[in-house]
Design a binder for this molecule. Structure first.
Ligand SMILES: OC[C@H]1O[C@H](O)[C@H](O)[C@@H]1O
Length: 308
């Protein structure tokens, strides 16, 4: 399959701490690492690792992080012909705090990733594409939003399936227009906090109901250690997690989930099987350090058979 992925590419400055320091406090980190990241870049790297052809539309900038952000993408053969270069802003970098148990907290810099130049997108870029994956960071506002809306319009004309993945930072930055921008996407993937932040509804059922008023019929709610939930007009099912007992860093687990889900759906399997396989992908990534510290392989997804 051929995917066109739009969104952020960045470097993650990762600090592993016992607990987050309070205001005015300092805490020592057990480890501090610089790793390639970015939600869209990580989805793209996993799709490529799963054996698909992937083009990434993203923007890098000035400063020392450009090469580190791109190294993995080049290694796994992501097509970077839609990558844009920004000479005024630095390559995006994200502060990632990982606390014991693997939960991560992030501080993101907008910089180059939010400035995709819409004029550079030509609809023929989708000629050889089977599906589009959008990271909500690309709809957070500014020039990248304009670029992404252009891609979504071109995808709609061609009836290409669109998978969209949310992020709390993106929801906050985008504000009111995000739901409208996502109108009619085929598959919306998010965690429970993101669903609540996007829709203003505390419950999953309330959130999904609201999504339907925007023509979003297929929603996937990632529930971490509890698995994930698939909600469509026909189905509402909790898909059991793939159990791993050595979770050390959840950074990028959601992106691997999205890549595995999209890949499985595009292979023609049903949504519950896609969620089972995606649960495996997310769980395996959470047992490694860094968003792209482990890229999912096709044989990994076969492990889903053991969680049926
Ligand atoms: O989804 C994880 C990614 O989100 C942020 O964009 C970080 O760069 C991190 O790699």
């Amino acid at each position: 399959m051929r995917f066109f992925v739009i969104g952020d590419v960045s470097v993650d400055l990762m600090y592993f701490v016992d607990a987050m320091p309070g205001p005015g406090e300092e805490t020592p980190a057990q480890r501090a690492l610089i790793k390639p990241g970015g939600a869209a870049a990580t989805v793209a790297a996993n799709l490529a690792s799963l054996g698909h052809k992937v083009a990434l539309a993203a923007r890098v900038g000035t400063g020392p992080f450009r090469e580190a952000a791109l190294a993995n993408l080049k290694r796994v053969g992501v097509d970077l012909s839609h990558l844009q270069e920004d000479e005024e802003r630095p390559t995006s970098s994200i502060l990632v705090f990982v606390i014991a148990g693997g939960e991560r907290t992030m501080v993101s810099s907008a910089s180059a990733s939010r400035h995709l130049d819409a004029a550079a997108f030509k609809a023929r870029a989708l000629d050889q594409v089977d599906a589009v994956v959008v990271s909500a960071y690309a709809l957070a506002g500014g020039p990248s939003r304009e670029y992404t809306l252009k891609v979504l319009a071109a995808a709609a004309k061609r009836r290409l399936p669109v998978f969209a993945d949310l992020g709390t930072g993106a929801i906050r930055a985008a504000g009111e227009h995000l739901l409208e921008d996502l109108r009619g996407v085929d598959y919306l993937l998010m965690n429970q906090h993101e669903l609540a932040a996007l829709t203003g509804e505390a419950s999953i059922s309330g959130g999904v109901e609201r999504l339907r008023t925007y023509g979003i019929e297929r929603a996937v709610v990632k529930l971490g250690a509890l698995g994930s939930m698939v909600v469509t007009p026909e189905t509402e099912a909790l898909v059991e997690p793939y159990a791993v007992d050595d979770v050390i860093d959840s950074t990028g687990a959601g992106d691997a989930y999205t890549a595995a889900f999209a890949a499985t759906v595009m292979e023609g399997r049903d949504l519950l099987e896609a969620a089972r396989r995606a649960n495996v992908a997310g769980a395996l990534v959470a047992t490694h350090v860094g968003a792209q510290g482990y890229l999912v392989k096709p044989e990994d997804l076969e492990l889903a058979a053991s969680s049926k």
